[in-house]
Ligand binder design. Structure first.
Ligand code: ZN
Length: 346
């Protein structure tokens, strides 16, 4: 009898401990997240989030050219999706995001979003290396996107600035460094984020989230952005716009083009941003080339890609190295994207 009473007391005691624990808001949020398979609304960061953060000027003032140097370095082996070179690039990007105290917008509150890619084989077509599906190999390889951003006053709405970070790797014993395609776009996104973080440290908080997205496996047919659209870590209906940068740093300083599915509001907004510097940018989507903007256009999310007018010069050849980069042009690309983001997130 006595031992039964002790047993009941134990059950009640355990219940008193576990019931409130399961009712705790954090636990509920995790359960809801699993149920809805989307991020919980836990993004309301404290008003003073940036107040106690100190970031060194070396980090905040880092230029896109330094990112291009790091990403096109031979030890990253051309950043082919599904290889160790790609993982090294991801580790680099994650380091930059952490240095800037950016929030994780990937899977399960991480920066990364993993996906699988089919085996691919390189082919030279019109003097450019391109990937085609490898019908003889049915193995899947892992690849990843990375998403990191600044939480806005209204965390329900997001604007994405993006760039694919993968390239072609090593083919027939030759390194394809991909300095312009697309370490330049990645550098541009990172430099813009650094400027926005500096603004946040100075007291400016954007109205909506600004998320930097780095897509994997673009060179294999926009596979990273396509995966994101199928399994978004940010609900697509909450994404106001996607500004994508691809191969932005070669050729004449003022010569840019745009790719967009149609003349959406982003085309006009980018043209306006360039117009402030007396520069005219045309939408040349009709030429049949695309970047990751196409994955979003297919899902009805307004998207635009900024690129160099002469993007095809040495593109997808081993000559796409640092010597192709015009740093004045790179600066101008960063300025245009920064101006546009300020316009959209205010
Ligand atoms: Zn490419």
């Amino acid at each position: 009898m006595k031992s039964r009473r002790t047993f009941l007391k134990m059950i009640v005691g355990l219940g008193a401990f576990f019931v409130p624990w399961t009712l705790a808001p954090g636990v509920w949020a995790t359960k809801l997240e699993a149920r809805l398979s989307r991020p919980p609304v836990l993004l309301q960061i404290p008003e003073d989030y940036w107040r106690d953060i100190a970031i060194s000027p070396q980090i905040l003032n880092r230029k896109a050219l330094e990112d291009i140097k790091a990403l096109s370095d031979p030890h990253l082996q051309g950043r082919r999706a599904g290889t160790a070179g790609e993982t090294l690039a991801l580790v680099y990007l994650e380091g930059q995001a952490k240095d800037l105290h950016l929030f994780a917008f990937g899977e399960n509150k991480n920066y990364w979003q993993m996906f699988s890619i089919p085996s691919m084989a390189e082919k030279i077509i019109n003097n450019r290396a391109l990937f085609r599906p490898d019908e003889t190999d049915h193995l899947l390889n892992p690849a990843a996107n990375m998403l990191a951003g600044i939480v806005g006053k209204n965390p329900e709405k997001t604007v994405i600035i993006s760039a694919h970070y993968d390239h072609l790797g090593v083919y027939m014993g030759k390194l394809y460094p991909g300095a312009n395609d697309n370490a330049s776009g990645v550098g541009c996104v990172l430099e813009v984020m650094r400027r926005l973080v500096a603004d946040a440290l100075g007291g400016y908080r954007p109205e909506i989230n600004i998320v930097a997205a780095f897509w994997g496996a673009e060179e294999m047919g926009f596979l990273g952005s396509e995966h994101f659209v199928k399994k978004p870590t940010i609900p697509l209906s909450n994404i106001h716009a996607v500004i994508n940068c691809d191969t932005v740093a070669n050729g004449q300083k003022d010569d840019f083009s745009l790719w967009a599915d149609q003349d959406n509001f982003l085309v006009k907004a980018m043209q306006k941003a360039a117009g402030n510097y007396g520069v005219d940018i045309k939408n040349v989507s009709g030429e049949g080339h695309h970047s990751d903007e196409i994955s979003f256009a297919a899902a009805g999310v307004p998207a635009v890609t900024l690129l160099s007018k002469e993007w095809l010069d040495k593109n997808h050849t081993p000559k796409d190295d640092l010597s192709l980069i015009n740093s004045d042009k790179l600066d101008f690309a960063c300025q245009l994207v920064y101006d546009l983001i300020k316009q959209l997130a205010n």
